[in-house]
Design a binder for this molecule. Structure first.
Ligand code: ADP
Ligand code: AMP
Length: 212
């Protein structure tokens, strides 16, 4: 099963993608997590991506597509995956479709986690991320057991640089301009499903399970 998560930054794509990955035993592939891991490790890719991420802009398609295709070509992805944060532009979606077509394959479903802009800044200023294992929390809605510490790996949780309100505003603008058109794109392919992302995370997941 090949699943795409769509939605504004902070809509809960990552939270739901992790739950899907666990339940359906498929890898959770997040381009944002791949970039952050590269930044943490000081790679050339990380240095390049950081320039765009810090400004709330998208990393150029060419670079992003290359890392995504490398990742999904790995053997753990052969029976499917859940993509979180990719595609974010129409050209990215077109490349993915073309590559899958070459393999006689296709995306099965695109799930749009729908959350209005008014809710997003609060979601993101309260988000705490573990840069080691990729887990995310929210200081009110989904707090870790011990404040500031990852439940999964015990590392320190941080407020992402790009979750500061100034950057969030820019990211929302970029989302509306460049990513939202994908809703139409997948709707046209008759594989779009929308869930109300303002519900509790477990209720959002229940809605996704009904779809899958
Ligand atoms: P995205 O991957 O779409 O950027 P995340 O999954 O990281 O979003 O969620 C953004 C923030 O909102 C995180 O702090 C997360 O814990 C919190 N969150 C996720 N889902 C919900 C929900 N249904 N209700 C309230 N907060 C949520
Ligand atoms: P995320 O973790 O999905 O919120 O992504 C964090 C940041 O990484 C984004 O704001 C972009 O700068 C960059 N990024 C992640 N995925 C993509 C993508 N598919 N295309 C372009 N940039 C991306």
């Amino acid at each position: 099963m090949k699943i795409i998560m769509l939605g504004a930054p902070g809509a809960g794509k990552g939270t739901q993608a992790k739950m899907i990955a666990e339940q359906y035993k498929i890898p959770h592939v997040s381009t944002g997590d791949i970039f952050r891991a590269n930044i943490k490790n000081g790679t050339e890719l990380g240095k390049e991506a950081k320039k765009y991420m810090d400004e709330g802009k998208l990393v150029p398609d060419e670079l992003t597509v290359r890392i995504l295709l490398d990742r999904v070509a790995q053997s753990d992805c052969k029976d499917g995956y859940v993509l979180d944060g990719f595609p974010r532009t129409i050209p990215q979606a077109e490349v993915l479709d073309a590559e899958l077509k070459k393999l006689g394959d296709q995306v099965d479903v695109a799930i749009n986690v729908d959350v209005p802009d008014e809710n997003i800044v609060g979601r993101m200023s309260g988000r705490r991320a573990c840069l080691k294992c990729g887990a995310t929390y929210h200081i009110q809605a989904l707090p870790p057991k011990q404040e500031g510490i990852c439940d999964h790996c015990g590392s320190e949780l941080v407020l992402r640089d790009d979750d500061k309100p100034e950057t969030v505003k820019k990211r929302l603008e970029v989302y509306h301009q460049q990513t939202q058109p994908l809703i139409e794109y997948y709707s046209g392919k008759k594989i779009l499903q929308t869930v109300d992302g303002t519900q509790d995370a477990k209720d959002v997941f229940a809605a996704i399970e009904r779809i899958l």
